[in-house]
Design a protein around this ligand. Sequence first.
Ligand SMILES: NC(=O)c1ccc[n+]([C@@H]2O[C@H](COP(=O)([O-])OP(=O)(O)OC[C@H]3O[C@@H](n4cnc5c(N)ncnc54)[C@H](OP(=O)(O)O)[C@@H]3O)[C@@H](O)[C@H]2O)c1
Length: 264
Amino acid sequence: MPITEAFSESLTTHPIYTWTVLGVVVLGIVSFVLLMFISAPYGRHLRPGWGPTLNATALWVIMEAPSPISFGVVYFMSDNAFKPVPLILLGMYMFHYLYRSFIYPFRMRGGHKQKPLVTGLLAFAFNTANGSTNAFAITALAPHLLSTDWLTDPRFILGVIVFATGYAVNRQSDAILLSLRKPGESGYKIPQGGLYRWLSSPNYFGEIVEWIGFALAAWTVPAWVFAWFTATNLVPRAFSNHRWYREHFRDYPEDRRAIIPFLL
Ligand SMILES: NC(=O)c1ccc[n+]([C@@H]2O[C@H](COP(=O)([O-])OP(=O)(O)OC[C@H]3O[C@@H](n4cnc5c(N)ncnc54)[C@H](OP(=O)(O)O)[C@@H]3O)[C@@H](O)[C@H]2O)c1
């Protein structure tokens, strides 16, 4: 079916879902263009002029928790919730987001720092839209996921492997960053080890790979839109971080790239 016909059919049958997915696509384009010129104002790029701020740890929980909650609520409203393939995809999503929402924020050193409320509100809106549309697509709009035949489909197998690889890279890279500070410290050092040998932001590289893996395994529109949105957000931020490291450390390794080994 041509894409325009599929879109207008989806608009008629599921208008809220369709507009929400489209909204995330547009938000991705807008954020990519903006973030190429303006660094998102948090962490090392925090600066005044972005309105009220909140404790960074608290804001992480508030902005990330809608992701597992909205996914879980929509997912368990479906009669297909206990089918094997949707259950595996639920497990992958929750494996990432339960950690990111409820454990990671308390492991950050320097989490007492402030973060502008506006960044949290945007993430809150995105996470709610993303969690609910992904769960809806998996349980209600993807007949291929309701059969166990999908378990042996190359897209599913490759997707699970890519997801697991991205997850491992993301967790390892975040762990290296979190270990750089002793309790009470809040400054910055040059990260070493793991994929920091080649990249300034391997945590972002891992995150993008992870959601490409999820999109392959789920093979739904919102899963691909999620992978796209993650890239539109994290690629420009990786460039900002890379520039920042080079400006702040004279001895920053010359051969490190920003986000894609040997290329970018
Ligand atoms: N899916 C998405 O669209 C999305 C969007 C954003 C983030 N994320 C994920 O969320 C996680 C955190 O993202 P982030 O943007 O906050 O990452 P980040 O800027 O790399 O910072 C992560 C943590 O490490 C600390 N840190 C960073 N560089 C450091 C250095 N050189 N020396 C000492 N400490 C350092 C930061 O402290 P400060 O806070 O003090 O800088 C922060 O606590 C990542 O895994 C990322 O992939 C995903």
